[in-house]
Write a new protein. Structure first.
Length: 151
């Protein structure tokens, strides 16, 4: 199977499973029972993390957008994070920082400024990005890029 066909099949499968789970949740809501079966959580987590990964560049990415995309409540999204001992905001920040780190390492992106890398990964403020990057990786983005280019 070609990579394009495989990707399309994967997207179709995720969409089909998502529709089935949304229908199950709708039925659960109509009958008044809790709609958070533990069997569905791993799939929901995969859907959620894929949505977040695909939308990291959006500085307005929030729990509500994730909930709408998955067809669940904001509380359910928070429950998925809580089940793993995580918090939404911290998770998104970590994902953005990791993507920025990878882009700073990438020699093909050496022509992009640090600010461009920050903005293309959902940061609104270059100074905020630099502080968070230093907190996470122990070096400023500029120092990190310079050090990585020497390796």
């Amino acid at each position: 199977m070609s990579p394009v066909t495989l990707a399309a099949a994967e997207e179709a499968l995720v969409a089909l499973l998502g529709a089935a789970y949304r229908e199950a949740e709708a039925i659960a809501q109509r009958t008044g029972r809790e709609a958070a079966p533990t069997v569905a959580q791993p799939l929901r987590w995969v859907q959620l993390t894929r949505f977040i990964e695909a939308n990291l560049c959006d500085p307005e990415l929030d729990v509500e957008a994730c909930a709408l995309a998955l067809g669940v409540s904001k509380r359910y999204v928070h429950k998925l994070f809580e089940a793993l001992g995580l918090q939404y905001g911290k998770y998104v920040l970590q994902q953005r920082l990791a993507r920025c780190r990878d882009e700073l390492r990438n020699p093909l992106l050496a022509g992009l400024s640090i600010e461009q890398i920050a903005y293309r990964n959902g940061f609104n403020d270059a100074a905020h990005f630099s502080r968070r990057f230093r907190d996470c990786y122990g070096a400023s983005p500029r120092e990190f890029r310079k050090r990585e280019s020497l390796l």
